[in-house]
Design a protein around this ligand. Sequence first.
Ligand SMILES: C[S@@+](CC[C@H](N)C(=O)[O-])C[C@H]1O[C@@H](n2cnc3c(N)ncnc32)[C@H](O)[C@@H]1O
Length: 236
Amino acid sequence: MGGLTYIDFLAKFGVGGAHPGGIGLTKSLLSEENINQNSKVLDAGCGTGQTAAYLYNQFKANISCLELNPIMIEKAKKRFQSLQIPIQLIQGSVEEIPFQDQSFDFVLCESVLAFVNKPKALKEFHRVLKDGGRFIANEMTINSKLNQQEALEIMKFYNIDSLLLESDWVRLLKETGFTEIKIQMLKQNLADGNIAQEFNFSQNFEPELFSILNEHGNMLVKYHDILSHRIFICSK
Ligand SMILES: C[S@@+](CC[C@H](N)C(=O)[O-])C[C@H]1O[C@@H](n2cnc3c(N)ncnc32)[C@H](O)[C@@H]1O
């Protein structure tokens, strides 16, 4: 694949709501939380900023976005500018979050942990959350253990270092110090795709990105019983 990754595909295609359930699930999860104009919210790994824009428009909350990929940053920036909404957008890594301890009431992490050093990023999320703050994550989760060859195929394609069962996530969250862990999942199979997916294409992109899109589809079909996700909602 010439070094291009699944994240490169998402960035160049400008996929908004690049997580299972898309913006529809995000809206329903956020409606359960007590977010208001005084809330400080971090959208960690915000992608093109669809969720952050919704958060501002819906709750007028104080939103910060952290994102590593420069193309994602550019697209999020354009979105916020064209909507004329005041969102702080910072380029940086969730593994080393450039905010002080106890900065946020909410940290939202939609399909980002899968792609990073999970214990490191979780520790950072916990650090920047205020006591009593809420952490909401929607992350790739396997339903059962895979054999080594299958696991390697998935990890290589998504360029990720591990595949976690629900029980692995819960252990990690507890080890990090999170409490009151609640778990949900979508009934819909990932292979059925997100409804109303949003795209914001770059002017130039490598044709091989279509192969990545294709391969992503193949993975979801091939591993439809195993490759899933979970929503983890917890407190600090
Ligand atoms: C699957 S996308 C999800 C994007 C967005 N949360 C959404 O739901 O549309 C994963 C995002 O995580 C970002 N990302 C990957 N590693 C990161 C890191 N170390 N720090 C911050 N963002 C990262 C990618 O650039 C990408 O935008």
